[in-house]
Design a protein. Sequence first.
Length: 158
Amino acid sequence: MVRVLFVCLGNICRSPMAQAAFERRVAESGLESEVQVDSAGTGPWHVGEAPDPRAAEIAAERGYPITHQRGRQISAEDYEGFDYILAMDRENLANLRLECPSGLHHKLQLLMDYSDLPGYPEVPDPYHGGEEGFEIVADLIESAVRGLLSHIRQNDLQ
Ligand code: 4NP
């Protein structure tokens, strides 16, 4: 089993979208029994909340609904339990590095490391912007989860 955790700040916009977009790809490939997926936020503010309606609308339009997800904050056990811990932006990554036990830092990466779109090293925080920011977020996430699944198929599921 390969375990993948997507991490953003609030766990109500970007990482729920990444979780659902990746789960859809995993299901399309028939790999549900081999890849486990979850998401979390570095911050506590939206624990227990449903996703942001703007993120939910775009995810539904694109065929990977997120309304069933609920916000949660990353916990100490997550660093042990997941194999890939993928941050949306550099601030998320820096916060993960502060908490992650030193022997497990190899698990921490930026999600966009798996994208082949040039010029987008991170998935920008869409929370304080407009609708178009969420479309860009969805485009970036979809490109990166495609690359992520092909990486996992080649490296972990042989
Ligand atoms: P997310 O977006 O990290 O993609 O879930 C945000 C959600 C909430 C806040 C910031 C970003 N906030 O400041 O409450």
